[in-house]
Design a binder for this molecule. Sequence first.
Ligand code: F6P
Length: 540
Amino acid sequence: MSVLTHSAAWRALQAHAASLEPQTLSQLFAGDGGRAQRLSAEFQGLFLDYSKQRLTGETLDLLVALAEQQGLAGWIGRLFAGEAVNHTEHRAAYHMALRAPPEATMQVAGRNVVPAVCEVRDRMRAFAEAVRSGEWRGASGERITDVVNIGIGGSDLGPRMVGKALAPLADGPRAHFVANVDGAQLHAELPRLRPESTLFVVTSKTFTTQETMANACAARDWLRATLGEAAVPKHFVAVSTNAAEVQKFGISLDNMFGFWDWVGGRYSLWGAVGLSLMLNLGPSRFDQLLAGAQAVDEHFRTAPFGQNLPVLLGLIGVWNRNFLGLADQVMAPYAQRLEKFVPWLQQLEMESNGKGVDRDGCRVDYATTPVLWGDVGTNSQHAFFQMLHQGSGVHPVDFILVREADHPYPRLNQLLLANGLAQSAAMMQGKDAAEVRAELIAAGLQGAALEAAIPHRVFNGNRPSSTLLLPRLDAWHLGALLALYEHRTFVLSVIWNLNAFDQWGVELGKQLAGRTLQAMEGQGAAGDASTAQLLVRLGY
Ligand code: F6P
């Protein structure tokens, strides 16, 4: 048994979970008039109601004790002090510095990195303003009307998600995103664009990612075919930490926007990786996004655990995963504009905490990240909510609701909110056989038909969820929302004693893709009989 599962705090939670088990959520509400208020927390308009989780105040105290035992306060301190918390790569995880105000001091290895961050931000701003105003033009003198971000993983999911979420605020060149090495994606974009007015932002921390470089080369060929080689500098800029590779590709360092190895890919949206957003939304909205995230950084760093939203979200995650044995986490944003939130969060959470060995390299004997999935409401109600309500397993949900709409259809917003609230209530309350029976009798059913119909209509209820309310989906609140979940991921990693900032699990597939490609080119054989057979079927 590991130190963690052997620890007093862990065992106390196990015992507590067993003692709480017989009580349903409805009973917990019935027995405690102040439950909803007490099991809620707020930060600058972000309101978290976690009273529909299967826990009590005592649970929370025990979870806080676990966090203390795991040294959460110390880890938060280390994270914000720029220490090398990513110990397998000897790096800090200092994405918070990307959103720090210019007057802040944030040090990595004894050096304040804020001036360098601000310098890149200022260059991004100047470039974005030049493109947006028409001062920067394409090689043939046309204004830039379309920006294509070519990147994958953290170099795609963040900007893509924010671009969607803030689309109504966009007043610059249209933003497009190409990630997949499936040429269908590039081909879906390029025929709609004109080379004369298109700017490509090649976004890759390493500038060696196979998919990104292949797409960037294909895009460059497309541009050259019409405008010639000399046009490339006016239509390609780079976002990267790898100046040598950027130059090798043919992009001048004047048109490279850098960041640092202390920014993990999935945490990188806040710096140069957000360039396509700055172009599309304008620098001041991008600043608002940073300001919202920065406010949550301060909250996370300073608020007591019991009122600290990222800490609460993390501790609830641990409770559900490790003590209630729930294997997944469903996200249900009731906001169409958050349609790309779940993929972003999937990388954030599952690439960070999808680990089976702890920081010391020992195999864990406790569950780590749940499978995180979901989609926007109300669409998801007509897809997978059947399982959430009546499936054989229990799937905890985070509902995200936005109070104020940004469209001229107040009635639609009311319907959206009513549905979101109703789903969490239905998951909690359920409907028992007696209630179903009464309804069916009232509808005229009787005898064998009545008895046969009842079991299919029973909802067990007692299914946990949290609801996070945002006042509106503007840049500030979006930034705050994203930082909330970033820090939640860190909290989970601390409790589980994981390094949230490396991702060695993606390497083997990359290696084998290289070998498979060689086999396809006739250099060497496939590594196993199944792959060899499939290659033959694919025509190689
Ligand atoms: O999938 C692995 C990964 O390294 C991610 O962590 C990262 O976000 C993505 O690839 C893209 O990497 P890069 O920005 O270096 O192209």
